[in-house]
Write a new protein. Structure first.
Length: 317
């Protein structure tokens, strides 16, 4: 099996192909120069990602042929400005906040603020979905390499989500935002009533699903308390939670009225939208709600880059 070398650049993260792709998330890797091919130097300094993924016993070779890796997320050394140790949000408070904002049942199984190694193993154990065209939705999505949880996590996107699904990205077209949003072909208007009905349908789906588990990460868009925006990820995939925890700072202190500024992403890749019923373009929709500061991802739009896109969007609102 041959794997391409990965270059962690913005262009690579935005790259789209016609085949399922792999994203490499290194939960504890050192900062990597963006202009050089990636190497993993955690326990074995000379080991490359290619070498680390060869001869894996946990992946069938034939299922990976032709699939190409697209990026790596690593945690940069944190700045100390505005960063303090903070206790996780108490469980009851979190449950009540998500119930009040979204209508999610307080009885759902939430796994909040897990650390990187915990998320690494949760992803391998639980993240399931489609990885190949024509395949089923029960495939394992995340794999370790022979470096174990000291190396990268390999994640296979849905074959229709090898990049950010730009044609399926919308914003609820509330009257007060009609003239404030740059509407274009990859950021279209979504009828507010259809969006409201879709959000309710997604929440009902989660509330009625017997094995619903949602991973929650409280992070921030930016480090400077004067501009940082609290960003709460809530989703079905531990891989996405790991991406959010790795890419964005945590525990930024000194933000005025943080609860009023917080954006919340609800990410439900196991749901399927219906264009005739929901007003979507396909079986997935990514909808931004500027009024309530919600980002809804419904359907197999599991490319990790959409999280950073929506986080960046929240910085400008």
């Amino acid at each position: 099996m041959r794997l391409q070398k990965v270059i962690a650049t913005a262009a690579a993260l935005a790259m789209s192909t016609t085949k399922p792709c792999k994203a490499f998330i290194a939960p504890s890797a050192p900062r990597v120069a963006r202009t050089k091919p990636l190497t993993v130097s955690l326990q074995e300094p000379a080991t490359t990602v290619k070498e680390a993924t060869e001869n894996r016993h946990d992946i069938h070779e034939e299922s990976l042929l032709g699939q190409s890796p697209i990026g790596l997320a690593t945690e940069c050394p944190p700045s100390k400005i505005g960063i303090v140790d903070r206790e996780p949000v108490p469980d009851a408070k979190l449950r009540n906040e998500l119930h009040d904002l979204l209508g999610l049942s307080t009885k759902l199984n939430y796994k909040a603020d897990l650390n990187k190694k915990e998320l690494f193993h949760e992803a391998i154990e639980n993240d399931r979905g489609r990885t190949m065209e024509g395949g089923g939705y029960g495939d394992q999505k995340s794999f370790s390499t022979k470096l174990g949880d000291g190396g990268p996590l390999v994640f296979y996107t849905d074959p229709d989500a090898t990049g950010r699904r730009v044609k399926d990205t919308f914003a609820a077209a509330y009257p007060e935002f009609e003239d404030k949003v740059w509407w274009k072909s990859d950021f279209n208007k979504y009828d507010p009533q259809q969006y409201k009905a879709l959000l309710e349908r997604v929440v009902e789906y989660l509330n009625e699903k017997e094995d619903s588990t949602l991973y929650v990460q409280d992070v921030y868009a930016g480090r400077d308390p004067s501009f940082a925006v609290p960003f709460r990820f809530v989703g079905e995939y531990a891989t996405h939670a790991l991406f959010a925890r790795t890419m964005f700072p945590k525990n930024v202190e000194g933000i005025e009225n943080p609860d009023e500024k917080r954006w919340t992403m609800l990410n439900v890749p196991s749901f399927r939208t219906d264009p005739d019923r929901d007003g979507s373009r396909s079986d997935a929709a990514i909808i931004v709600d500027f009024r309530r500061r919600i980002a809804l991802v419904a359907g197999p739009a599991d490319y990790c880059g959409k999280i950073s896109f929506l986080k960046s969007l929240s910085c400008n609102c």
